[in-house]
Write a protein of this length. Structure first.
Length: 365
């Protein structure tokens, strides 16, 4: 029934064992101080290395790219060494793992940025958005974001350089490739979507200008590691973290055409996944498929059956299963054999110790 998910597939230079993706999920378990990946994280990813592809949790490319307490970075030597523990553990199980490169832009707070004001495409605060902070005084918890400052052209050039260096650092840390996080209301998304970008220079206004930052960051990642080792995550219809586009279909088909020109390995589409969320229209998915000829990953509310159907009808090539991977380290095996899925404990998703991270068992008949 789920056979399509278990066909091998070529992704860039890699032959993947199945079409199941463990997508990026923030778990806020990096060691402090320094936001350093650790042995507990290595165990977590190693347990899930039967996925055809693992994409790491978002890892900030610089201190200013950080949005949430205890998330890992990929800009310091200690962080690179920490990620080596993770990639070696995944490779020991013959897994393939890409690093998700992350800059949150305005989805942050000075408590997470050593007192600095967050940066964004424009001086627009993300409304009704909270982030997880640890200011060393109260218990870590969620607070409202603050108004960002609009990036200068020099700021933009600096962030492009930081993405380039982060991609090189990811390869040094043993990752097989990198995924650019251009979704979920974070920095790239703040430039792409019309309602969060009020710039009047070459990075704002019309669609071509709003896609310019994406174009330049993808270009620098390709230059750093090669097109076959780059993926990009987009979220056309989510209003997560306050970014909205007036014409998402037009905008994101154009973004897909841009990614096609860079010959990158894959495009990763995050669909809206809350309960009463709007479905991504079929004609939109067909237009994305027409615009982008290489691997397309879809993630959001999929089970084995829906995932197989999306592959069989040509919409998707691979399917990301987020929450199911939290409590089911052996998820591909469970999907393959129709075993029941365990349910995760939402209270242990962010922060804390090994509980709710690496203590979920594999299925026992």
């Amino acid at each position: 029934m789920n056979d399509a998910l278990f066909q091998p597939i070529k992704l860039g230079p890699y032959q993947l064992k199945n079409r199941i993706v463990m997508p990026p999920m923030t778990r806020s378990r990096a060691s402090q101080p320094g936001d350093i990946p650790n042995q507990m994280m290595a165990t977590y990813y190693q347990q899930r290395a039967s996925a055809g592809l693992i994409v790491s949790e978002g890892t900030q490319i610089s201190p200013m790219g950080k949005g949430y307490a205890f998330t890992p970075g990929i800009f310091s030597d200690a962080q690179i060494q920490g990620w080596k523990l993770v990639t070696e553990a995944v490779h020991a199980q013959e897994g393939i793992m890409f690093a998700q490169l992350w800059h949150v832009g305005r989805v942050s707070h000075p408590d997470n940025l050593a007192g600095e004001q967050p940066i964004s495409s424009s001086t627009l605060k993300a409304e009704n958005v909270k982030v997880y902070v640890d200011n060393g005084e109260q218990q870590p918890g969620f607070v409202d974001v603050v108004e960002p400052r609009s990036m200068t052209v020099d700021d933009i050039e600096l962030v492009i350089q930081e993405f380039h260096q982060a991609a090189l650092n990811a390869m040094e840390a043993g990752f097989d490739g990198v995924e650019l996080h251009a979704a979920s209301g974070y920095l790239l998304n703040q430039f792409i979507d019309s309602e969060s970008n009020q710039r009047v220079d070459e990075y704002g206004g019309n669609l071509e200008n709003r896609l310019r930052f994406l174009d330049r960051v993808v270009e620098t990642l390709v230059n750093a590691v090669g097109a076959g080792k780059v993926g990009v995550r987009l979220a056309p219809l989510t209003s997560l973290n306050g970014t909205v586009d007036a014409n998402p279909q037009e905008t994101y088909v154009a973004a897909a055409e841009l990614l096609e020109r860079h010959n990158i390995a894959y495009m990763h589409i995050a669909e809206v996944d809350w309960d009463d969320a709007p479905k991504t229209p079929e004609n939109f998915k067909r237009a994305l498929r027409k615009a982008f000829s290489r691997v397309i990953i879809y993630a959001g509310r999929y089970d084995g059956e829906k995932g197989s159907a999306a592959i069989n009808n040509g919409i998707a090539d691979m399917i990301g299963f987020g929450r199911p991977f939290v409590a089911n380290p052996d998820l591909p095996e469970r999907i393959k054999h129709g075993y029941p899925l365990a349910v995760h404990n939402p209270d242990t998703l962010f922060g804390g110790d090994e509980t709710g991270l690496i203590d979920y068992p594999v299925y026992q008949q």
